[in-house]
Each structure stands twice: as C-alpha cells, then as structure tokens.
Ligand binder design. Structure first.
Ligand SMILES: [Zn+2]
Length: 204
C-alpha cells in the first residue's frame, strides 16, 4: 500500500454528522416472578414409577437457591421503545465500526442506531422477540429437569440398597465378633480369615 492510499484511508468520511439526531432502540427490562412451570407452586414433583408407585421429590426447576424449591421462577419482561440519540463525538472507529458518544456521555455503536423512530422501535421489537425466545428455551430446559428427578429416585434408591446391604454385612461382623470374643481370646490362631469363616456361620 502506498503512502497516498494510506492518506486516503485516514480521511475516510464519517457516515454521520456531529450534532445529528439518531434513534436508539431500547428495551427496559423488569424482573417478574412467574409460577414455576414445572411444579406450579407446589414445590414438589410427583414421579410415577413403572410399578405405579408415586414418589414425591423436591422440584429442581425452581430449586436453584440454597433454600430449595421456591415455587416460582424469575423471568424478564421488556418494554418496546426508542429514544433520541444526539451524536456529540466519536469515541473510536475500528474496521468501519464507529462508536459514538451522545450529549450526556453514553457510548453506542453507530451501526445499532436508527435514522427514524419507527426503525428503532421495529429493531427494539425484534430484539425483544429474540430475548423471549431465549427465555422460552430456558423454560423448556427447566421442564427437562423432571427427567432428572426420575433418574435421582433410581440413583438414591440404589445407593440406599447398597448402603443397607453393607450396613448389614458390617453389623454382622461386629455382632458375631463380640459373641465369639471369648473363643478368639482362648484360640492362639484367631486370624482374620478364621474369624470371617466363624462369623459367616454365626446367626445374625
Ligand atoms: Zn418448581
């Protein structure tokens, strides 16, 4: 690139004038509490197992806090809107993307400003629609937590069964050991394997 081309790039014209009024699309958010879309405020989900048994488990869709299920979820509502943006100065330009500053010091990407209020309102509406779609995706994700509830029941029941079996086994060792203490003390060959053989024949 020659020096002359460089100079031409340096004098690239701004696509706007200082003092020009544009329109900025806005979408002021409000946080709203909505009834949980999974437990509908009851705080629990009832899972019907294959054998018809009904098991209640805490709702995970609204149970993200330390306090457990709350019965509601927090979502956002947005208002469609636009407000005037008077370009007071340029903050930067990089690869054709102008960042401009308005008369009260707020910065904004020029590409996201609109020439008319109608255009800005239309862009605000489209952006809110995409935000609501993302929120709906979040709801679908919450509903998927019900599958996890069924999985949790199976998992915890299996853990309980394993622990109960181990508890019985350990208890049987202690109980049989105490009842055969006297014998072990007399015996000179009271080895571990000997006592294990002993205990398995002891009544529990
Ligand atoms: Zn819930």
């Amino acid at each position: 690139m020659t020096g002359k081309d460089q100079r031409m790039e340096n004098t690239l014209a701004m696509p706007f004038a200082i003092g020009q009024q544009m329109w900025e699309p806005i979408y002021p958010p409000t946080q709203v509490k909505t009834k949980c879309p999974v437990c509908f405020g009851s705080l629990a989900v009832v899972v019907i197992l294959g054998n018809g048994e009904r098991v209640g488990v805490p709702c995970e869709a609204c149970g993200i806090s330390y306090d457990g299920p709350r019965g509601y979820i927090e979502e956002w509502e947005y208002q469609i809107g636009a407000r005037p943006f008077v370009i007071a100065s340029v903050q930067s330009m990089n690869g054709g993307d102008w960042v401009v500053v308005n008369d009260v010091g707020w910065t904004y990407s020029y590409a996201n400003l609109c020439a008319t209020e109608e255009d800005a309102i239309q862009r605000s509406r489209e952006h809110i629609e995409s935000l609501m779609e993302r929120q709906a995706e979040g709801r679908r994700h919450r509903r998927a937590s019900v599958k996890k509830a069924a999985w949790s029941i199976r998992y915890h029941r299996k853990q309980i069964a394993d622990l109960e079996r181990r508890l019985l086994w350990h208890r049987s060792k202690v109980e049989s050991a105490s009842s055969s203490d006297a014998r072990l003390m007399d015996s000179e060959s009271g080895t571990a394997s000997g006592s294990a053989t002993n205990s398995s024949t002891e009544p529990s």
